[in-house]
Design a protein around this ligand. Structure first.
Ligand SMILES: [Fe+2]
Ligand SMILES: [Fe+2]
Length: 379
């Protein structure tokens, strides 16, 4: 609904590429020429996506607009996959409409926590509000918002309960990096120092696994649908720890205090999500998926266990920050600002979320990240 309104607003500014300008790059050149002739207002949009060479930043600095646009895109992508989770495993209601639920998947998720459906619903609603707010703020400043509707081309799950609509993201071939688990438990390492961390579930890095049932045949046997729910549980935390780092990383480069306030107000909600999901992932039962051999180990027993893995450690351990000369401190990690947007895009790509997307999709996301990473405080 909000997105529709936003889309209407964007479509009003839409300029169709000329028949001769087939490639994106040639369109950008054409766009530049047209814009330079003053024939078009500040906003120039290709298929609903801002053409960055011509972007309007309105009353915002170009850097602030670029950072907000990248965050809007990231939030649209988050919304897209959270919606898929909610349709099958959350609560479908007037706040988060769409889908009718999968009883077997919902029950498997509830093994992690009896309130999983409520938490999925609430996280989904939060993501909707994040991109809707950021886009509305961009528009209020005369800047171009972001709309990725043209890329809603990926298939939905065929499982009963999912809507049959085009998606931006793919939850059926994930390679989930669970190193966030040990990253937040280390007392001596920090990714900002180049440190790396072992995954909690090594198997999730060694293949492509569904985090939602692909169709109703995925609803059994019991350990298979539980493995799918476990994958989702670890994926929820992976996604939200990414947002937990992305906002503070980009906040260091915004210029206007109000834009800083936006980042400082949305970012910690990602942290609230992460904290919740990390706790729930710790309840994922140890098992082996009989269909593909994916192992969820007992994280409280050797060779796991100890402070790096024990499942009731859900708060960050203090670690090195800024310089090893300082005492360890409990912090979000990483918060390095250089290349933060591109790093986030790479993490989502490596996760498998965009498998099946078009080269144009990657080009647009790459441009958005590049513009955001070029932003400088006061610049
Ligand atoms: Fe978000
Ligand atoms: Fe989020």
């Amino acid at each position: 609904m909000a997105q529709k309104t936003q889309k209407g607003k964007i479509m009003a500014h839409t300029v169709q590429p000329s028949q001769h300008a087939t490639s994106r790059r040639s369109f950008l050149r054409t766009g530049l020429a047209v814009g330079g002739a003053g024939a078009i207002g500040a906003a120039l949009v290709v298929n609903g996506v801002p053409a960055f060479a011509e972007e309007s930043s309105g009353g915002l600095t170009p850097g602030d607009a670029a950072i907000l646009r990248f965050l809007s895109a990231a939030e649209i992508l988050e919304t897209d996959f959270w919606q898929q989770y909610n349709e099958l495993g959350g609560i479908q209601d007037s706040e988060v409409p769409g889908g009718s639920g999968s009883a077997a998947y919902t029950a498997a998720l509830k093994v992690l926590d009896g309130d999983m459906d409520q938490y999925i619903h609430d996280n989904t609603e939060d993501e909707f509000t994040h991109f809707t707010f950021i886009n509305a703020y961009l528009v209020s400043k005369g800047a171009d918002p972001v709309n990725l509707d043209t890329f809603r081309t990926l298939p939905s799950s065929k499982a009963t309960g999912a809507q049959d609509i085009g998606r931006l993201t793919n939850l059926m071939q994930l390679t989930v990096d669970t190193s966030y688990w040990t990253k937040y438990r280390s007392r001596t390492k920090n990714p900002d120092f180049g440190d790396t961390f072992p995954p909690a579930v090594p198997g999730l890095l060694k293949g492509q696994f569904p985090a939602i049932p692909r169709d109703d045949t995925d609803l059994s046997p019991a350990d298979h649908i539980q493995a799918i729910a476990n994958t989702a549980g670890f994926h929820f935390a992976f996604i939200e720890q990414g947002g937990t780092s992305l906002y503070p990383s980009l906040a260091q480069r915004v210029t206007h205090p109000e834009v800083l306030r936006i980042l400082l107000s949305i970012g910690p909600t990602e942290t609230m999500h992460f904290q919740t999901w990390q706790d729930k992932a710790g309840n994922a039962p140890a098992l082996t998926d009989p269909t593909n051999g994916l192992v969820f180990p007992d994280l409280n027993a050797p060779p796991f266990g100890g402070e790096d893995f024990q499942t009731n450690l859900i708060m960050p351990e203090p670690t090195v920050f800024l310089s090893r000369k300082f005492p360890p401190v409990s912090i979000i990690r990483p918060t390095e600002t250089k290349g933060a947007a591109m790093g986030a895009l790479k993490a989502l790509t490596d996760d498998g979320l965009f498998i099946g997307q078009s080269p144009e999709f990657f080009a647009v996301l790459h441009d958005l990240a590049k513009q955001a990473d070029a932003a400088r405080h006061g610049g």
